[in-house]
Design a protein around this ligand. Sequence first.
Ligand SMILES: CC(C)(COP(=O)(O)OP(=O)(O)OC[C@H]1O[C@@H](n2cnc3c(N)ncnc32)[C@H](O)[C@@H]1OP(=O)(O)O)[C@@H](O)C(=O)NCCC(=O)NCCS
Length: 339
Amino acid sequence: MLQLRGVRIAGIARYAPERIVTNEDFERWLDTSDEWITVRTGMKRRHWAADDQATSDLAIVAAGNALAQAGLKADDIDCYIVATATPDFIFPATACIVAAKLGAVGKAAFDVSIACSGFIYALTVASGLIRSGVYRRIMLIGAETLSKIMNKQDRATAILFGDGAGAAVLEACDQDGFLAAELGADGTTPEILYQPSSGTRNPVSHAAIDAGMQYIHMAGREVFKFAVTSMVEATEIALRKAGLERRDINFLIPHQANRRIIDAAVKYLEVPREKVLVNIQEYGNTSSASIPMALAEAVEAKRIGGGDVVVLVGFGAGLSWGAVVWRWNSIGPQGASRP
Ligand SMILES: CC(C)(COP(=O)(O)OP(=O)(O)OC[C@H]1O[C@@H](n2cnc3c(N)ncnc32)[C@H](O)[C@@H]1OP(=O)(O)O)[C@@H](O)C(=O)NCCC(=O)NCCS
């Protein structure tokens, strides 16, 4: 029989690689400008991984810090989940590598692959596993090294993406943080945003590489059109499922894809600007890392307090979208009351 219980975020941390690429840097090799990038996207800088850094390398830094916050060791975690579109390998799962590098062997580990919606989907899955009593503690990571799969000569995509990782330790508790989720996907036009030669549809070959099919391909305007609507609708449905309304939102963490997309969604949802985390100017679009990195930043800055209703909302390749409504609890060890 299912044993229902609550879930809390016991630790949340982020990591971005050291190398910073500014808009001005792009002017040196692309036909672009700081003004164009700033006006169209809101981005000023992004962080790119070093040549010898893969996604798991970023993930373990964020995860190590989240563990420290939670007062836990890698071995205390029952299950490792990595949301990523840029795994170290197609297989094995990056989560296996992350767990091993952190010193946890023998635990459950798997990846969630749904691009920029990854953290939202994975948070919903992980919360379900804890609330239903399957696991007590889960390490949930959104991590990407998108710079590795970008054509740096393509001004339409090279400027948009950055690398980073955000990690959350989820833990069973009495007071439930998870209030509701709304997830969706429409896979009828995957080519709107995809990496054409990455799996079995167009296996890696000399011809595919000569055609640049190993890089991100994107129909930017098509993505833009669906982004605002999907974020607004997912938020409204998730709120409804939680028995709440727009005015109940204490803090909003949107996927950081484009400042104009965020502004339009926030305006429609009527959330005051000071209740929205925007860090796109610093990191660009880090796909499934963007939401946990932004959440970590909001927590560090004490912009979220105990009892706050926090909405996490994202969209991305698939096409896909999702929102989670969360009641914030204090982070850190639960001490004696730890189940
Ligand atoms: C990519 C994006 C910023 C482009 O902005 P836009 O206003 O739609 O611009 P367009 O694609 O219509 O391009 C307008 C012009 O700018 C040019 N352009 C594109 N990238 C450029 C760049 N980096 N610098 C200068 N000019 C650029 C285009 O070639 C085009 O030129 P043209 O009119 O001569 O054909 C915008 O569509 C976007 O953000 N879409 C969503 C992307 C996204 O979020 N993806 C990830 C989802 S998780």
